[in-house]
Design a protein around this ligand. Structure first.
Ligand SMILES: [Zn+2]
Length: 507
């Protein structure tokens, strides 16, 4: 692998076939948005791609939680023109196409793909950073041209970009991105936790989320590999409860990594799969892996490196580019393999045990599951309370209560410190005023949907609680948190954005 610089962008290259494959990576993704600006990165990506002239080049772009990548494969000069075109478009976004691309995003609606991961991250971070994956947001039609341009100006700059390339580097390649440093990412604060917890949410699978230290330490990665192997043996092979076992590491900072293990579960088997997952994890924490299991994990790694040389080269280049934009130290894959070979079982067990106070076990909402027992406490996804706080209380009219059982329990409290809402199940959701993330007025202004960073939400509507309730909430919510009305007449706002069960997720 060679490293050069083009127009101030680090470029990682390796020899390859006559055709060129290149990817331009930016250190920005969903985790860098807010509830109000969800999809803004994706919209920038679409606007840049849409600015390119029609061609037959094989090219695409992807926005994920952590990065945004533009890639292409083809004749070197065509790939070069693609990369230069993307840079020019990012420097001056064709926002006249916004209306059109917003429509495309609404149709695409790909935010449900990571549901189990999103639910795990939300249980850790609430409605910030990676936790935003759980929410759909108000929708791209709420994004203003100024918001979109400001996002591009801040994140799609030279200092936050890296390129990797196999095959011939396009002759005379230019990467004319605007100058700018790598922006400081907001580090999401985890919810306080002193021991393992279990939680329910709206993702379909079963999962386990663990916090760890530096990415460079192979011990936890190896432990997770052994855990996955044990789950394949029990959940999949022996009992046919589950088809896939996967893991994903997300580096929140250079010193903190979130490792998720995610399983699908056959319908009705979620509780059994969760039980197996927790059992396998705690057994590994207690006794560590066997020598044979570690050897098997190392052999699996070696085989992967042998199987497809091109894939290994490309994934190593992509890793180098990713590390460059994330500020993480890069380690060549051969060094990582060497570290795996020399990591003893005791270190793997210790690394797993170290994650125990941060463990979050997750099952889908409708699962009939009472948790693993012992010291593992239930964590509610949002800020559920036992009773309504003190404050000005609003209830549906006596007539409305008479005609609907649901209405009889519902209440809204506008308090000194918080907004609280008792739903028809009798659950009390509370949003301290300083945790209000966004307030979305409906088209007619007769209701407002209030979303908290703690994942509680409330619909305050005139029809149910009266005009004074809406006014009282309006008076308390900081002006900066009010979203502008959408540019185009959207669907019924409350219906579209209102989450189920008081969380800001998709039902
Ligand atoms: Zn709540």
């Amino acid at each position: 692998m060679q490293r050069t610089d083009i127009d101030g962008v680090p470029v990682f290259t390796a020899d390859g076939p006559a055709r060129t494959t290149a990817a331009l990576v930016f250190g920005v993704g969903l985790r860098d948005e807010t509830f109000a600006t969800i999809e803004v990165t994706h919209l920038v990506e679409h606007l840049a791609m849409g600015a390119l002239p029609k061609s037959h080049l094989r090219c695409n772009a992807v926005t994920d939680v952590d990065t945004t990548t533009f890639h292409a494969t083809g004749r070197p000069e065509a790939v070069g023109a693609f990369l230069e075109g993307i840079c020019r478009a990012l420097a001056d976004l064709p926002t006249e196409r916004m209306e059109l691309e917003v429509g495309v995003l609404q149709a695409e609606n790909c935010s449900t793909a990571h549901s189990t991961l999103g639910a795990l991250w939300a249980a850790r971070f609430g409605l910030t950073g990676p936790g935003l994956v759980v929410a759909d947001g108000p929708g791209p039609e709420y994004l203003t041209e100024e918001t979109v341009r400001a996002h591009a100006r801040r994140w799609f700059v030279r200092g936050n970009a890296a390129l990797w390339c196999t095959g011939p580097l396009p002759a005379g390649l230019r990467l004319p991105l605007p100058a700018g440093p790598r922006p400081e990412r907001t580090v999401p604060a985890p919810r306080p936790q002193t021991g393992p917890v279990w939680t329910k949410g709206h993702g379909a699978g079963v999962g386990l989320l663990l916090s760890a230290g530096r990415a460079g330490d192979p011990a936890l990665t190896m432990g997770v590999e052994v855990l996955k192997e044990r789950l394949r043996d029990t959940a999949r092979l022996a009992r046919g409860l589950s088809y896939s076992v996967d893991s994903m590491a997300l580096d929140v900072t250079a010193d903190r990594r979130e490792v998720a293990v995610v399983l699908d579960a056959r319908e009705g088997q979620e509780a059994a799969v969760a039980g197996l997952l927790w059992q396998a994890y705690t057994e590994l924490c207690a006794s560590g892996p066997t020598t044979a299991e570690l050897a098997h994990a190392v052999a699996g790694f070696e085989e992967e490196l042998d199987a497809d040389e091109r894939a290994v080269v490309e994934s190593e280049l992509a890793d180098a580019a990713y590390c460059a934009v994330s500020g993480l130290p890069f380690r060549p894959v051969q060094d990582v393999l060497e570290a795996w070979r020399t990591t003893p079982a005791e270190r793997v067990a210790a690394a797993l045990r170290g994650t125990s106070p941060t463990a979050i076990l997750y099952v889908p909402e409708e699962t009939d599951y009472a948790g693993p027992g012992g010291p593992v406490e239930r964590r509610f996804v949002c800020n559920l309370q036992a009773r309504l706080p003190v404050g000005e209380t609003f209830r549906p009219s006596a007539l409305a209560r008479l005609f609907s059982r649901e209405n009889s329990r519902v209440a809204l409290v506008v308090g000194e410190r918080e907004l609280a809402h008792r739903d028809s199940d009798g659950d009390v959701h509370s949003i301290p005023w300083e945790l209000v993330e966004a307030a979305l007025p409906t088209q007619d202004g007769r209701a407002v949907f209030v979303v908290g960073r703690n994942l509680c939400s409330a619909v305050v509507d005139e029809e149910r609680f009266g005009r004074r309730a809406v006014a009282a909430v309006q008076a308390r919510v900081p002006t900066a948190r009010w979203l502008p009305r959408p540019r185009t007449a959207g669907d019924d706002l409350v219906g579209a954005a209102s989450p189920a069960a008081g969380t800001a997720g998709r039902p």
